[in-house]
Structures are given as C-alpha cells and as structure tokens.
Design a protein around this ligand. Structure first.
Ligand code: FES
Length: 118
C-alpha cells in the first residue's frame, strides 16, 4: 500500500550503537543556548545547555527538516526557527503536533567534558 506520510526523513540522524562520544567542554556552550554537534561520519545532533543541564536531540524538525539547534530555547522547550513547532528537549515530546516526537540522547558530563551516548 502506498504511504501518504509526507514527513521528511532525517538522513543525518546518527546510528545508535551505544558509543559514548566526546563533543566538547561545558564552558563551550553558554546557558540558554543550543549548538549543532557534527560527527565524523557527517551525521549531527543538537545540544542544549538549560540552566547548566545538557540535553541532546536529533537536529531535525519533523515538520520540514529545519535544524533544531538553530531554534529558540525557552527553558527546556525549543521552538523551531522556521514555523515554530515546539519540543521538550528532555523528553523529545512534540508539544505542537502529537506523534511528531524527536529522539533524545543521553548526555554524560565527566570532569567538565560533555559526552553523548549514541
Ligand atoms: S520546519 Fe520546524 S516548524 Fe516547520
């Protein structure tokens, strides 16, 4: 049966393999900001500093594919820079449209170093 789901596919989503990768130091990302984390294989994630806690999600809005690292952060909620869909970066829940959640990734801080588990 033909699918009529027109949502874009995130071709830059990292493969989940349990690796813990080092992405930077805590002082590299100021509070209230997001950043794109580019991995060696060309995939990427969005990383956020929310009041000193770090969160990582896929860097892809399920609406039209905008990079969520460029979104506007309001506490733990990121608002997509293109059309304003909103996501909780802690849970991945889409607050705009049910069923459009994004993937989250575990962030580990060790001695001031930020690591993300793929
Ligand atoms: S691309 Fe994110 S809300 Fe449209």
């Amino acid at each position: 049966m033909k699918s009529f789901d027109k949502r874009p596919i995130n071709l830059k989503k990292p493969r989940r393999d349990g690796r813990l990768i080092t992405v930077g130091r805590v002082e590299d990302l100021p509070e209230g900001r997001g950043a794109t984390v580019e991995l060696m294989d060309g995939t990427e994630l969005a990383l956020y500093n929310v009041g000193g806690r770090f969160y990582a999600v896929e860097n892809f809005c399920p609406h039209k594919g905008a990079p969520l690292a460029d979104g506007f952060l309001h506490g733990r909620i990121v608002e997509c820079c293109l059309h304003g869909w909103r996501f909780d970066v802690g849970t991945g829940q889409c607050l705009t449209r049910p069923g459009c959640d994004i993937e989250t990734y575990e962030v580990v801080i060790e001695d001031g170093v930020i690591k993300i588990r793929l």
